[in-house]
Ligand binder design. Structure first.
Ligand code: 6R9
Length: 649
């Protein structure tokens, strides 16, 4: 890996940013020495109906994991994202919407957005939605997706956004787990010129036995193509919205009332419904948005994540709207209809901040200068990266080609569970090292521990943990607190375990090395190997499957599946294709295996545990140094696996 020089902070930036290095250090010290005092002050950045007197009530104690922030205060997320801005920014654009088709676009001011959210909140109420009800949102990237989310928060309903790329099976699983009462969707989504049959997927999902909670399906008309209609259950969004009153008071919510559920993959079992609550989440999302992106009034800000992921929640919708920003929402893909689409959108809206994922950067990088053809991107002031480790080459390319060597690149490390950015440069404060997420945000106390949980000092490498809470932290797994405790607090006592590995260098900078558990990160999407394995073995020809990640040039990691077929079934390319389609259907296109290898035998210990380390090495084509294989029940399977590696594709 090439070594790059540290890039200092320019004087100009240091004096124009919210924090320079000295201020960062001062505030950071305060935030960790006296978190109560620090957050008492900064919690006031949002509007509280009733001010809090208590700030932090957290126990990471073995027997009781309990996380509460600002607990006796009351507020409302939609009020903070909309009503608060009306007086000064009512006519300012809240959202520029850019269609998949470059000829389609629209814009909506804060005043208009407020009115539509109020109307839609009344629509939800008219359908019997009450405080605490769960609303599933399975929507494409249209303005109405954020209207649906904000409307839920306005009346105290809990949204559960399901990424529009997920299959009917995956939708059903999430609806069953959350007991959602209403499902909001669109007739179809559009991405890269293709339509996605969202309503048809919902129809199929709702036929699953076990889905019992959905009373109504509200359908936003996006393409207008014909869809099946179930009169007793389906309602058109556009028929209800105009009838609803534009007045809807924002409900006063306790700081700790549930705000949203978002499902994410872990190393075992089905995806977990991570629960975030109201006050702390909003304080943290908005504060990180301001400092990390050096957000200033009037900036045009574009995060091209989908609202189906946490990045879409915190940095498309809640953080920026809470700060009164003008945001851009793009319906489509970064390389459609051509590879210069991102650059064109930057110029079209004179975007100041671009926040995207390494996988998109690497995909564009492969096209060289075509990516910036006929664009100037002079409006850009800052570039951000999120979702997976960014290799220094991609980092440099992003800075030089997209940012013309003049914008800081902030590589932001965080997770669905952290609610907001945790380890990141601050543009006016942090000298940049390409490939490093650098230093912790205010109030964040990372540590690196060895396998036994011993905290390491100085430069070192190991497991990344957090030794204290921060306001944006997830509070529980919806309906299963034990699973929350077990997943994040059982491996290392008294600390939050991230599931990531990291290295800390001599300057105290963090370099994230990737997941240390059985979670893959494929094109920035988190996926549990167990989920894919369970989809594979549900196929009638499959006896056993083992899934590992392997290095993939564009996606960071690719999905490599070793499959053992049932007796009497013979392996063929055709069957491999069928299995690939099977997983797509079971989970969604993002889980499609890249490589399937026929594996009549898997490397197992005598106690029957699959040795994934060996499978990972073989998948990566590293046949030397397979390490200690003496504990294998049948060491001869290794030769066979290596022989079959060549044939896999
Ligand atoms: C925000 C988001 C979380 C996992 C996380 C880590 C990886 C995210 C990263 C990064 C290296 C970064 N990850 N950002 N790795 N550098 N800047 O992506 O949330 O979908 O929950 O994924 O993504 O492995 O544990 P989520």
């Amino acid at each position: 890996m090439a070594e790059y020089k540290t890039i200092p902070v320019s004087d100009d930036l240091a004096s124009n940013a919210w924090a320079d290095d000295a201020l960062y250090r001062k505030m950071y010290q305060e935030s960790v020495i006296n978190p109560e005092g620090f957050w008492r002050e900064h919690g006031e950045r949002i509007h509280w109906f009733k001010p809090y007197t208590r700030v932090k009530d957290v126990s990471y104690d073995d027997h009781r994991i309990e996380i509460k922030w600002f607990q006796d205060g009351t507020t409302n997320v939609s009020w903070n994202c909309l009503d608060r801005h009306l007086e000064e920014k009512g006519d300012q654009v809240a959202i520029y919407w850019e269609g998949d088709n470059p000829k389609h676009s629209s814009q909506i001011s804060y005043r208009e957005l407020h009115e539509r959210v109020c109307r839609f909140a009344n629509v939800l109420k008219s359908q019997g939605v009450r405080r605490g009800d769960v609303i599933a949102v399975y929507m494409p990237m249209v303005v109405e997706a954020s209207i649906a989310m904000l409307a839920c928060t306005r009346i105290g309903a809990i949204h559960s956004v399901i990424f529009a790329g997920f299959s009917p099976e995956a939708v059903a699983g999430r609806v069953i787990d959350s007991h959602a009462k209403i499902l909001i969707t669109a007739d179809e989504g559009v991405r890269g010129g293709k339509t996605i049959p969202l309503k048809a997927n919902v129809d199929e999902a709702l036929t699953h036995t076990g889905v019992k909670s959905i009373e109504k399906v509200i359908v936003f008309q996006k393409t207008g193509n014909r869809i099946a209609w179930y009169k007793h259950r389906d309602i058109w969004w556009h028929e209800l919205e105009p009838l609803a009153s534009p007045h809807c008071e924002a409900r006063e919510m306790d700081a700790e009332s549930p705000l949203f559920i978002l499902y994410t993959s872990g190393s075992t079992g089905k995806p977990k419904g991570v629960l975030h609550t109201t006050g702390g989440y909003l304080v943290y999302a908005s504060m990180t948005h301001q400092y990390v992106f050096n957000y200033k009034d009037g900036d045009v800000y574009w995060c091209n994540a989908d609202v189906g992921w946490i990045t879409g929640h915190s940095y498309v919708v809640y953080g920026p709207l809470c700060n009164g920003a003008t945001i851009v929402m793009h319906e489509g893909l970064p390389n459609y209809p051509s590879v210069s689409r991102i650059s064109e959108i930057v110029d079209k809206y004179q975007i100041n901040t671009l926040y995207t994922a390494p996988t998109a950067i690497r995909a564009l990088m492969a096209h060289g200068q075509d990516v910036i053809k006929n664009t100037n991107r002079t409006s850009l002031k800052l570039l951000g990266s999120v979702g997976e480790p960014i290799n220094p080459e991609a980092w440099m390319w992003y800075r030089k080609t997209i940012g013309q060597d003049k914008c800081p690149v902030v590589d932001t490390w965080w997770q669905t569970e952290t609610g907001g950015i945790m380890i990141t440069p601050l543009p006016g404060a942090t000298p940049l090292k390409p490939g490093s997420a650098t230093r912790p945000f205010f109030g964040v106390l990372p540590a690196i521990v060895d396998g036994l949980g011993n905290i390491q000092e100085g430069p070192c490498e190991g497991n990344l943990v957090m030794i204290d809470s921060w306001p944006g932290q997830a509070r529980t797994v919806y309906g299963n607190h034990d699973r929350f405790v077990h997943t994040y607090f059982s491996k290392f006592k008294g600390m939050y375990f991230t599931g990531d590995g990291a290295r800390r260098d001599e300057d105290g900078y963090y370099w994230i090395t990737g997941r240390v558990d059985d979670v893959l990160n494929v094109a920035g999407h988190r996926m549990g190997t167990a989920e894919i394995e369970s989809a594979m073995v549900s196929h009638s020809h499959v006896a056993e499957a083992a899934v590992v990640g392997y290095p993939h040039e564009i996606k960071g990691q690719g999905i490599y599946v070793y499959v053992t077929l049932n007796k009497g079934v013979s392996y063929s390319e055709e069957l491999a294709g069928e299995l690939r389609d099977w997983v797509r259907r079971e989970i969604g296109p993002i889980a499609t295996p890249d490589i399937i290898q026929n594996a009549p035998g898997l490397p197992k210990t005598r106690s029957g545990k699959i040795m994934r380390r060996i499978l990972r090495q073989i998948a990566a084509g590293e046949f030397e140094n397979l390490g200690d294989t003496s504990t294998l029940a049948d060491p001869s399977v290794i030769d066979q696996l290596i022989d079959n590696r060549e044939a896999a594709g």
